[in-house]
Write a protein that binds this ligand. Structure first.
Ligand code: AMP
Length: 297
């Protein structure tokens, strides 16, 4: 998977934290590692703190992570309803102009997750992975408002080439200039991907495909501290689950969404990735069972 690895500064109504491990590939990688061993492709600053990097080293192959230039830093804040992050500051650091280099180990990987990153770097990762493998992997893509505003033409090109697009409801509306989410889902499917997932935070996620619309609920949680990384850990666990099963049918993606909702719910229980780091299989299974029960008629 390719994405950002950096340091976050977070403020929520329940507390704040500085210099915590952050970035789309960090959260997605930690979540994917619960099901398969991810290979992370990214760039981190030269002086990236050891303690933050160690949290990833144990769980992922970091041979595609370059150490160069300045650290990527994101500063975000949430209001009381915690529904969406307010970006206070983004310092791209060495992520600006990042050109991915894929390690040899990626040759064996049949699943590619293009986590939130500059779409130009995402496109290069896709092309390089196809070249390295000699065939197309299954490709999942996520993005955010930052890139929709700055790089829409590259993003549109990329969307036409992926198998699964996952984005949150605000981004789906923004990308399609469309208020109705069902219409936005249909438009995104028409843009190329065989499956589109629209994430609705605490309300779960919708899956659009030519087999119709599926709703995976959000886990009913009363202990939310910080939603940072919930979307990325949803994505990471979803692709990890599919990779472990080596299957990408709609049926498997529905199951994967339910497991991913369970994993994402844990991510929100601490400021930064601490709760995700301590998560085990028994806890995931318990919440997945509750989610299944919630939608049984
Ligand atoms: P989410 O799962 O949507 O809450 O993603 C949160 C993570 O996205 C944070 O840990 C940030 O470091 C990372 N992030 C924020 N802005 C960007 C950006 N423009 N490009 C890549 N990653 C970002």
């Amino acid at each position: 998977m390719a994405g950002s690895v950096g340091l976050d500064r977070l403020t929520t109504p329940f507390g704040s934290a500085k210099n915590v491990l952050g970035g789309s590939a960090s959260y997605a990688g930690l979540a994917a590692s619960l099901f398969a061993r991810p290979i992370i492709v990214s760039i981190i600053g030269r002086d990236f703190p050891k303690h933050a990097l160690e949290q990833l080293t144990k769980r992922a192959d970091l041979s595609g992570v370059k150490r160069q230039g300045k650290i990527f830093r994101w500063q975000g804040r949430y209001e009381f309803d915690l529904s969406s992050a307010i970006t206070e500051k983004t310092d791209l650091g060495s992520l600006a102009g990042f050109r991915p280099e894929l390690p040899e180990s990626a040759k064996q990987a049949g699943f590619l997750f293009l986590a939130n990153l500059d779409p130009t770097a995402q496109l290069q990762t896709l092309d390089r992975h196809i070249k390295l493998r000699g065939s197309r992997p299954f490709v999942m893509l996520d993005t955010m408002n930052f890139w929709i505003e700055r790089a829409k033409p590259a993003l549109t090109k990329l969307i036409s080439r992926v198998d699964l697009l996952a984005l949150n409801e605000g981004e789906a509306r923004q990308f399609c200039s469309e208020a109705n989410l069902i219409t936005a889902g249909r438009k995104l499917l028409a843009a190329g991907p065989g499956h589109v997932i629209v994430k609705k935070g605490e309300h779960g996620a919708l899956l659009f495909s030519n087999e119709g619309v599926f709703l995976s609920p959000g886990y009913p949680l009363e202990t939310v501290q910080d939603p940072t990384g919930a979307g990325d850990s949803f994505d990471g666990s979803l692709i990890g689950f599919a990779a472990k099963k080596n299957d990408v049918t709609t049926k498997t993606l529905r199951q994967a969404m339910t497991v991913a909702s369970a994993v994402a719910s844990f991510t929100t229980e601490s400021i930064g990735p601490d709760r995700l780091l301590s998560l085990n299989q028994r806890e995931i299974a318990q919440r997945t069972a509750v989610l299944k029960q919630m939608v049984r008629l």
